[in-house]
Design a protein around this ligand. Structure first.
Ligand SMILES: *[C@@H]1O[C@H](CO)[C@@H](O)[C@H](O)[C@H]1NC(C)=O
Ligand SMILES: *[C@@H]1O[C@H](CO)[C@@H](O)[C@H](O)[C@H]1NC(C)=O
Ligand SMILES: *[C@@H]1O[C@H](CO)[C@@H](O)[C@H](O)[C@H]1NC(C)=O
Length: 514
């Protein structure tokens, strides 16, 4: 229980929720309301030890030249790309063919992509979109609706010349609900949309349903619209939804704004602002870099740890616990476990631990006076793992350290709202880095590219190889990291045919600046 006490209530709730779902599989006889203190039974909660102690010792003593720090923190120069101007909408909107509903699975960032695609599908079909329904994610258990997260009026207003959007179905169609589709086979439910479906697929398969019934409910709808071979106006529309129409509700923006303010102007340094003289040394660095901060998105949860089949230094107990968990969650589908830990690391397929991401940041040139905001839902191994990172970055903050419980009340225990706050803070940061590829990483890589903001993409393959080498010296590690990452800090990469427009908005949604 010790370790859990360090986690926020929301982390604890989500964790307990997850364990509660899984525990009956492990110990069917044990599961009773009386066994509420069950996490303490897991010996996998033994504190994980640092895996790279000699690198860690050297990193703690690092001295980073002022020049390096200035380079690292300076904004990206212009790369000759900027958001495209809006295309002239073809007003007035054509007569609506009916109503489109979608029910979206996944976490907030997966749902975000689904919302953008839904607007595009509504446009393809000249139909009216009903504000998308967000399904409750079985792991995160957040039942927040679209309107709890996003500003609906803003959404409808920004898109009004492109697609008509309504909050709910008119009363004569009000039978078409999520519950109605859950209880039987229905003519108006489109269940068969293929992954990466084309615009033609929707015209052939969904338009007839719309024309017969006036409504079509598409679910599942994750990744159900292709990225290639779509007309440019549809691509631009998808970007407009993602980068312009989707704004968080005011209380989320307000809380995130408070976090950003406290990161930029921490109380202890407020009296120093205004000093502009330049001199080498700690004080000058603080003055020049004083208001800057980096966001680290650290996703290192049990799902991910287990899924990777890598070894994270937690000893035999942890290894067995993860293997068991893997078996329960993904029975039959072996995934990665045919490889040894060494092979997986070599291929760059192991998520970075907090310790490893700390070493990466230190090698990149982040000093121990860096203000680091941790955007993270929960960390497998808890505070014991985080503490290694905190040693390298003593000024590490998160929602909990920067706000009072009263300020956080509205998002407490709500994974989607909490993730929305982190998204907003991440967009405001000087530098964003994500410890693992995933939906949040991709969403922010794309959104920050759109505004030419610095975003570091760890080279997983390089890191895997370096961490395998137990005899590597700090100076060599540092040099290899710098060399491997100089062009991974936000250089515009043009989208390849099947890649996501939300991760690579150029060239579809970005134009050459004049
Ligand atoms: C930061 O690093 C410097 C140089 O290695 C060291 O003297 C200082 O004590 C460290 N500060 C903290 C807060 O760890
Ligand atoms: C949608 O409207 C446009 C413009 O009026 C028209 O060219 C197109 O054929 C319509 N498509 C459908 C599916 O109704
Ligand atoms: C590990 O690092 C050392 C020191 O840089 C180097 O000599 C050695 O070749 C590396 N080993 C492997 C397997 O890469």
């Amino acid at each position: 229980m010790m370790m859990l006490n360090h986690q926020s209530q929301s982390q604890r709730t989500a964790l307990v929720g997850l364990l509660a779902t899984l525990l009956p599989f492990f110990f069917p006889n044990l599961f009773s309301p009386l066994s509420r203190s069950f996490p303490s039974m897991f010996s996998e909660w033994n504190a994980p030890k640092p895996m790279h102690s000699s690198l860690l010792e050297a990193a703690l003593l690092r001295q980073i030249p002022f020049r390096h720090q200035l380079d690292l923190w300076s904004p990206l120069p212009s790369q000759g790309w900027e958001p495209c101007p809006d295309l002239q909408p073809s007003t007035p909107l054509p007569k609506s063919q009916g109503y489109i509903q979608v029910f979206l699975d996944g976490g907030l960032n997966q749902q975000r992509m689904g919302i953008c695609d839904a607007v595009a599908v509504a446009k393809i079909l000249n139909s009216t979109l009903v504000i998308p329904h967000l399904e409750v994610n079985p792991v995160w258990q957040d039942s927040s609706s679209f309107a709890d997260i996003f500003d609906v009026d803003h959404f409808i207003q920004v898109l009004k010349d492109e697609v008509s959007i309504v909050r709910e179905l008119p009363s004569e169609l009000s039978w078409s609900t999520r519950e109605y589709y859950a209880t039987g086979i229905r003519e108006t439910r489109i269940k068969t949309a293929p992954v990466q479906a084309s615009a033609e697929w929707y015209l052939e398969n969904v338009l007839p349903v719309l024309q017969s019934y006036g409504v079509a409910a598409i679910s599942p709808f994750s990744h159900r619209l292709a990225f290639n071979k779509l007309p440019i106006n549809l691509q631009r529309l998808r970007c407009k939804v993602n980068f312009e129409a989707l704004a968080f509700v005011p209380h989320i923006r307000q809380l995130a704004g408070t976090l950003v303010n406290r990161l930029r102007y921490p109380p202890s340094q407020s009296q120093e602002t205004g000093t502009t003289h330049l001199k080498e040394g700690q004080e000058a660095i603080r003055n020049r870099l004083g208001s800057k901060f980096v966001v680290l998105h650290l996703r290192f949860d049990k799902d991910m740890a287990a899924h990777s089949a890598c070894d994270f230094g937690g000893g035999k107990a942890q290894k067995m616990a993860l293997a068991k968990y893997r078996q329960v969650l993904w029975q039959g589908r072996v995934m990665n476990s045919q490889f040894t830990d060494e092979e997986l690391r070599y291929q760059g397929r192991c998520p970075l631990t907090p310790e490893e991401i700390g070493l990466l940041l230190a090698a990149l040139g982040f000093s121990n006076t860096t203000r680091l905001y941790l955007a993270s839902h929960k960390v497998y191994g808890g505070e014991a793992r985080i503490s290694t990172l905190r040693k390298l970055f003593p000024l590490m903050e998160d929602k909990k350290s920067l706000t009072s419980p009263e300020e956080r009340a509205k998002i407490e225990g709500k994974a989607s709202l909490s993730s929305a706050v982190d998204y907003y803070v991440s967009m405001q940061s000087d530098i964003f880095i994500s410890a693992s590829p995933g939906n949040m990483h991709n969403a922010l890589v794309g959104h920050r590219a759109f505004y030419n903001l610095k975003t570091i993409r760890p080279s997983m393959g390089l890191l895997g190889k370096l961490f395998l080498n137990k005899s590597i010296e700090w100076s060599e590690f540092e040099e290899a990291i710098r060399a491997g990452h100089w062009n991974r800090q936000g250089t515009i990469r043009l989208r390849k045919e099947t890649q996501s427009i939300y991760t690579y908005p150029a060239p579809d949604c970005m134009c050459r600046s004049s």
